[in-house]
Design a protein around this ligand. Structure first.
Ligand code: MTE
Ligand code: MO
Length: 308
């Protein structure tokens, strides 16, 4: 159980919870009519960081994907290539306690405990479009904090130009690693530091107002919504600041099909399919794909013609 230390900038639980959640919870507590249990439950509710307050800036143009679909259709190749089986294979994967090492070109390198990050980082909920390079999409309420909040703490040196991120490597409980021995595990990804500092870039710890499910990358993953989903690395254990551009897994394995940037671009087809449209999970309704996945106004200025 997470013990939350209240801090000045935090808003009371009553304001943080969406209206209906708060009222339902209160009705439930009152209905119990048992003071002792009532108080206990109220205190438990007040110490959880979920649900965090939704940031209205990122309201979407489409309905939110139903929770069963976003938590039951996953790409997490360390477990299996079968998207509908990932959730059934994560049972032995322990995600608490969890450490994340931040190292390299920073003034204050530090190994963080994720529970400590949950207590101290400015958690908020954001609904983002999510577009996989395989031409399917979702719309998901993530809970997380801006990457910039973490970088501020570790203080990147002026020479630091990139972030290299690495997923945990546990072949004993991740059957996909042995099943796919040709991939260069552990999964690795990277961003330019100005991409990481963009307001859209999040480290995510929650989904649908609850802690992140294991199949979605618990306990901490990246979300960069203007890029194909493969950039949004799951279950991160290492973040390194570097001067040279680090390789990324998919770009290294198949550079013709997967660019280092992998920005969503409906005008640039994949070698094997068009990227102009996407299928919405779970209905498979067809929709046009938007430039930078609809986040052009936030990120277009970061790139030049031909960046791929
Ligand atoms: N470590 C790791 N991270 C990963 C992947 C993976 O296989 N391993 N798949 C990526 C791909 S291709 C996508 S589309 C998203 C899927 O995230 P979701 O299952 O939460 O929708 O995770 C990305 N992060
Ligand atoms: Mo993906």
């Amino acid at each position: 159980m997470l013990i939350k230390i209240p801090r000045g900038w935090e808003i009371p639980e009553r304001e943080a919870a969406p209206e209906n959640v708060y009222h339902n919870r209160r009705r439930f507590l009152e209905g119990l009519g048992f003071a002792g249990l009532n108080g206990l439950l109220a205190r438990a509710a007040a110490t959880s960081p979920y649900p965090a307050r939704r940031n209205p800036t990122y309201e979407l143009d489409r309905p939110i994907t139903e929770e069963w679909a976003a938590t039951g259709y996953n790409n997490f190749y360390e477990f299996t290539l079968d998207k509908q089986r990932v959730k059934d294979l994560v049972g032995k994967f322990e995600t608490s306690p969890w450490k994340v090492e931040v190292s390299g070109l920073v003034a204050k390198p530090k190994t963080y405990d994720v529970d400590d990050l949950l207590r101290r980082m400015p958690l908020e909920e954001r609904t983002y479009r999510m577009r996989c390079v395989e031409a399917w999409s979702m719309a998901v309420p993530w809970t997380g904090f801006p990457i910039s909040a973490l970088l501020k703490e570790v203080q990147p040196k002026p020479e630091a130009k990139f972030l290299r991120m690495v997923t945990v490597y546990r072949p004993a409980v991740m059957p996909g690693i042995a099943a796919q021995p040709h991939y260069p595990w552990p999964y690795f990804e990277a961003l330019r530091i100005d991409e990481a500092m963009n307001e859209l870039s999040l480290f995510v710890t929650g989904l649908y107002g609850k802690p992140l499910p294991k199949q979605n990358g618990a306990p901490i993953r990246l979300i960069v919504p203007w890029k194909y989903g493969l950039k949004s690395i799951k279950s991160i254990v290492k973040i390194e600041l570097t001067a040279k551009r680090p390789p990324t897994l998919w770009n290294q394995v198949q550079s013709v099909e997967y660019g280092w940037y992998s920005n969503v671009n409906p005008k640039r087809p994949h070698q094997r399919w068009s990227q102009a449209h996407e299928k919405v999970i779970p209905t498979m309704e067809r929709r046009p794909t938007l430039m930078y996945n609809g986040y052009e106004k936030y990120v277009a200025s970061l790139y030049k013609e031909g960046d791929f």
